[in-house]
Design a protein around this ligand. Structure first.
Ligand SMILES: C[S@@+](CC[C@H](N)C(=O)[O-])C[C@H]1O[C@@H](n2cnc3c(N)ncnc32)[C@H](O)[C@@H]1O
Length: 295
């Protein structure tokens, strides 16, 4: 049970304690009861708007891209090793095929594969929907390295690759994307499907992406149009309005608005080459963007 980018920011001085507490609560409570217990604990730690804003200011001033390692429990290791099977990959894919909300998925895969055969790095594999999209259309000579700092997610990517018969061209890397283990300029494409929305230290991630891409290399991402879709309730809880919330997210180096993202990417030499908005009535609004490394 891992905290989110916002809880990690608010508790950055005590992430281990946060993780241990969440894990302990998770062992006792399930579903809504877990959420209620977690919120009660968080409220004890952050009792007021002032305390919330003070923690944010502290992170803005002193937070940094640390070497956060998601420690696996005995149980999560066993889970991860199950996710790595072909049968598990098949189950995941069946679930993805039944979920109609990801109307952008075909366009995302096409944008990732626009340059043909290549070595692709996927950031924030997560539940694997983006991995599935990329691997389902993997060109004959292309290869994917799927990365996440959560071991389970990397093994899930392998299970999906096995189910699609492309495991000989798929590797998984368990590390954080603030310090990518690659030489400068060695990759042709970096992609992420909702990965920037759920990370701290977005400018560092963008700098790393620009560093590992070769000149002319491409960065493709899908992101929510409105960052508050996910984290808005936190700000409401502490009586912070939408504009102030977005400006705080930006100040904390979290994903805020698409415009801020485009500006931060440009500052790293990643220039926007295409953008497509999706505004389904029954789902959150999202954007598919592609950038090119200029030098
Ligand atoms: C919700 S997932 C993204 C969705 C996923 N790509 C999909 O299509 O299903 C977000 C992932 O980002 C990962 N993550 C967050 N911060 C990270 C970091 N600094 N380095 C590596 N992975 C990170 C989390 O472990 C989580 O698995």
């Amino acid at each position: 049970m891992n905290g989110s980018e916002l809880t990690h920011s608010l508790f950055f001085r005590e992430i281990d304690q946060l993780e241990q507490t969440l894990e302990a609560l998770w062992q006792i409570h399930q579903g809504d009861a877990f959420t209620a217990a977690k919120n009660a604990w968080l409220h004890e730690q952050i009792p007021s708007r002032e305390a919330f804003l003070a923690r944010m200011e502290d992170y803005a001033q002193h937070g940094k891209p640390d070497n956060l390692v998601i420690r696996q429990t005995h149980e999560s290791i066993q889970n991860a090793l199950e996710y790595t099977s072909k049968a598990s990959g098949k189950k995941q894919i069946a679930m993805f095929r039944n979920s109609g909300w990801a109307i952008h998925l075909g366009d995302y895969a096409a944008a990732v594969h626009a340059s043909g055969n290549q070595t692709i790095l996927e950031l924030a594999a997560g539940a694997g929907l983006g991995t599935y999209a990329v691997l389902n259309h993997l060109p004959a000579q292309s290869k994917l390295i799927s990365m996440d700092f959560d071991f389970i997610c990397t093994q899930n990517a392998i299970g999906i690759a096995k189910a699609l018969g492309v495991e000989d061209r798929t590797a998984a890397l368990c590390t954080n994307h603030w310090h990518m283990p690659f030489e400068d300029g060695v990759l042709s494409t970096v992609c992420t499907h909702y990965g920037l929305d759920e990370t701290r230290e977005v400018p560092t991630v963008l700098t790393e992406i620009a560093r590992v891409l070769r000149p002319g290399g491409r960065f493709v991402l899908v992101t929510r149009m409105d960052a508050l879709v996910r984290r808005g309730s936190w700000f409401e809880m502490f009586d912070v309005g939408a504009d102030e919330a977005l400006s705080l997210m930006h100040k904390l180096r979290l994903t805020s608005t698409p415009e801020a993202l485009i500006e931060a990417a440009a500052a790293c030499g990643l220039v926007l080459t295409s953008r497509k908005n999706y505004t389904p009535e029954d789902g959150h609004h999202r954007i598919l963007m592609a950038f090119e490394k200029t030098s």
